[in-house]
Design a protein around this ligand. Structure first.
Ligand code: ZN
Length: 126
């Protein structure tokens, strides 16, 4: 379940309020591929003027843009692994590197795959 959204009941069915507001505004049902995005970033601001319909891939792109603006360097990946091995949580590594949690997660996973496991190298598995 997505946290932070307001849900309402319409004709006995539970629906996310922001989707319902847009359906009323457009006068039609939304397709599954249509994602309603909150322009101001506040998931509780369901003012019709704050809601825009994006395709699933457009929405994906929008939310990953910040992380993709800077390319990851090998040094930064090394640092992420180092910090994680030093006992920092992924959330803390995220803050240190100024990256999104999903971006840090992707790169740590990518790196773990490259590393061949040896008993002298303890890798944290969550
Ligand atoms: Zn969004």
């Amino acid at each position: 379940m997505v946290a932070g959204y307001r849900f309402i009941r319409v004709d006995g069915k539970k629906i996310a309020e922001h989707r319902h507001v847009v359906e009323q505004r457009e006068g039609r049902k939304l397709a599954r591929n249509e994602i309603v995005h909150h322009v101001d970033g506040n998931p509780l601001n369901n003012d019709p003027d704050n809601l825009v319909i994006l395709t699933r891939s457009e929405h994906q792109r929008l939310h990953h843009m910040g992380a993709k603006q800077r390319r990851w360097t090998v040094e930064e990946e090394d640092r992420a692994v180092e910090l994680e091995n030093a006992g920092m949580t992924m959330m803390q590594v995220t803050k240190v590197l100024g990256r999104s949690i999903s971006s840090v997660g992707d790169h740590l996973r990518k790196r773990r795959k490259k590393v061949t496991f040896s008993p002298s190298l303890p890798l944290r598995v969550r």
